[in-house]
Design a protein around this ligand. Structure first.
Ligand code: MLT
Length: 273
């Protein structure tokens, strides 16, 4: 069951010239969770509602999404990983378990490339390490045009069938409503900027063998956007990783089956830290 997050729960912090927004819950060691596309920190509502014992979840809104103001597009993954680094600095978090879902995973790879010392652990949810294929880039360019023409509604129509499993699309009204609400909230400049950043991101596969810290790879078995095979591939290359497949869940496995997702997270944190 998806728990809505009140916008009034949002926290803000000014770091240098920038005002960043984020959601936070729990207390203890820091766990940073980076949202996917075209969503916001609110996608982590089911995790924020049930933080693992002894852990403090911090979920940033990447620039342009949620109430985080967007400077100027175009954007790169490094801009988004700056957001995470700035927020960690602003909150005086020196090291954390850092995770992301889908595009959030691409942001985490960018952060890992630039600042591996920030990682106590790594969580890769419904994501992939590889760069976009030529066809994938062409699809992103088409989606940018669709967003310009029809706004978030066009992107919603195109992506919604791939966000949740077929079963959930038919039967889980609260998850469907939550995902629709999250996607409708995305401003067009943020959508087109993120598509550009995803399209230009490098292959992060070479980073994987050097990730010595504990890692969790988690994926819905019915994920059609970043299929379980991508998670298998990452798991095989990571020297110190667990793999959890959430049976029946689609791409947004944390929303579709929060109980299983939260259990995977809590087990990993309890066993490795
Ligand atoms: C996401 O869920 O963040 C995106 O769909 C990822 C992608 O399009 O590669």
């Amino acid at each position: 069951m998806y728990h809505a997050v009140l916008v009034s729960d949002r926290r803000h912090i000014t770091v240098g010239q920038r005002r960043l927004s984020y959601l936070e819950s729990g207390a203890g060691r820091p766990l940073i969770l980076v949202h996917g596309f075209p969503l916001s920190a609110e996608m982590w509502a089911p995790q924020l509602a049930d933080p693992p014992a002894g852990w403090r979840i911090v979920a940033p809104d990447l620039r342009g999404f949620g109430p985080s103001p967007d400077p100027i597009a175009p954007r790169t993954m490094e801009d988004y990983s700056d957001d995470v680094m700035d927020l960690m600095r602003g909150l005086e978090i020196g090291q954390a378990v850092i995770g992301g879902l889908s595009m959030g995973g691409y942001v985490v790879f960018s952060l890992r490339r630039r600042a591996p010392q920030l990682f106590q652990g790594l969580v890769l949810a419904d994501t992939r390490a590889t760069a976009d294929t030529v066809e994938g880039r062409a699809a992103r360019t088409r989606m940018q045009a669709l967003a310009e023409k029809e706004g978030a509604e066009g992107v919603l129509r195109e992506m919604m069938p791939k966000m949740l499993s077929e079963q959930a699309q038919r039967t889980d009204e609260s998850a469907v409503a939550a995902v629709r609400g999250l996607m409708r909230g995305a401003p067009v400049p943020a959508i087109t900027a993120a598509l550009g950043a995803m399209m230009a991101r490098p292959d992060s596969t070479p980073l994987l063998p050097d990730v010595a810290c504990p890692a969790l790879v988690v994926v819905g078995s019915e994920d059609r956007l970043t299929p379980a095979a991508d998670s298998d591939a990452m798991h095989r290359l990571l020297p110190n990783a667990d793999l959890r497949v959430i049976a029946g869940a689609g791409h947004l496995s944390n929303i579709e089956n929060p109980r299983a997702f939260n259990r995977a997270l809590a087990d990993f944190l309890a066993q490795k830290f």
